[in-house]
Design a protein around this ligand. Structure first.
Ligand code: TYM
Length: 340
């Protein structure tokens, strides 16, 4: 069975961009692929972060993913820092990662501008991502469009490592991305990618009132100033969101009523809000059940870490050997990251 790996940061909010761009694919694909879904807390410390809220954000992300339909009987859901081999492989992969490629990454260029003193972790972020994927020798990586460049670098790192240490054998597969139709959901500002850090999101677990309060002021076609102006649905983010939450007949009606100036933007948003609320209601209900059973969530994450660790230690045994390290003494305590 081909293997899938994907990850998400414990940002404190699973939003509809994450859901439409990646998580829905994880849920749909878990039946047909061996799936590893990772909450990447090590990636979340590459900038300034709040250590006190990190544990809760990590649990909340697990709740969100389970509520969205990740099934622990089908997929391995786990927390990155619970499997120390991620960090170890990252260090080893540094030896075949060109510095120039890291400096060229768009996300690094954007994010590093926000720092007076840039943390090295920000530069090395994509190497940890490569380690995440290659540790499980995954074939496919379902992600949104913003991760494509990192995935290309992962392929290059795999190629270089294979040629250096595996005599050209494809020990690490070169992983391929899988995108959804919603590979880049625009935020409620109508411009930037939907992202927690930009405050332009709707959270997957937002309630009816929160959804409406966020949609109400959301940007629409900028050229439509009054209700009487005909709008252009193609340039309106609200119209695009309808495609993911409203039935096709409604999407058609929205386009017609917008371009014919029959509906105002608020009318259109109200219909979207109602459909979004109805779509997300079952997810919120499931989330409530998991929130009331934190022990169950911790147990799922513990089982996930165990399953992932088994695969990770197999890969690392091979990797350490192929990279020429002296085998560790076999009587080191377990959990040292060096199973003899
Ligand atoms: P993260 O936490 O930013 O986002 C998780 C997933 O959601 C997708 N996504 C979006 N898709 C469409 N529209 C949007 N507005 C939108 N915002 C986010 C992302 O593309 C991603 O698939 N570096 C990764 C996490 C990661 C990872 C990995 C992913 C770490 N290791 C290994 C794949 C494989 C990140 O920060 O995703």
């Amino acid at each position: 069975m081909p293997r899938i790996f994907s990850g998400i940061q414990p940002s404190g909010e699973l939003h509809i961009g994450n859901w439409l761009g990646a998580v829905q694919n994880w849920v749909n694909l878990q039946r047909s692929y061996q799936s590893l879904i990772c909450i990447v807390d090590l990636h979340a410390i590459t900038g300034k972060y709040d250590k006190d809220t990190l544990p809760q954000r990590t649990r909340d992300m697990a709740v969100g993913l389970l509520a969205a339909g990740i099934d622990p009987d089908q997929a391995t859901l786990f927390v990155q820092s619970h499997v120390p081999e991620h960090s170890e492989l990252q260090w080893l992969l540094n030896s075949v990662t060109p510095l120039g490629e890291l400096e060229r990454m768009t996300q690094f260029k954007d994010k590093s501008q926000k720092f007076e003193s840039v943390p090295a972790g920000l530069l090395n972020y994509p190497v940890l991502m490569a380690a995440d994927i290659l540790l499980y020798r995954a074939d496919l990586v379902p992600v949104g469009e913003d991760q494509i460049q990192h995935l290309e670098l992962t392929r290059e790192i795999a190629r270089k490592w294979n040629s250096e240490f595996a005599g050209g054998e494809k020990f690490f597969p070169e992983p391929h991305p899988i995108l959804t139709e919603a590979k880049r959901i625009t935020g409620l500002d109508g411009q930037a990618k939907m992202s927690k850090s930009l405050g332009n999101t709707i959270a997957l677990l937002d309630g009816p009132e929160e959804i409406w309060q966020k949609l109400r002021p959301a940007k629409t076609d900028p050229a439509r100033v009054t209700r009487k102006d005909p709008g252009n649905p193609e340039v309106c983010n609200i119209y695009h969101l309808h495609k993911y939450f409203s039935p096709p007949a409604t999407v058609g009606a929205v386009a017609e009523n917008c371009s014919g100036a029959k509906w105002g933007c608020l009318d259109c948003k109200r219909v979207l809000a109602d459909n979004m609320i109805a779509t997300l209601a079952p997810i919120r209900d499931r989330a409530r059940q998991f929130q009331e059973a934190p022990g169950r969530v911790d147990q799922i994450l513990a089982e996930g870490a165990l399953g992932a660790s088994g695969l990770a230690s197999e890969t690392m045994r091979e990797v350490r050997g192929r990279m020429g390290f002296l085998p560790a003494p076999s009587r080191l305590p377990t959990g040292s990251g060096h199973p003899g």
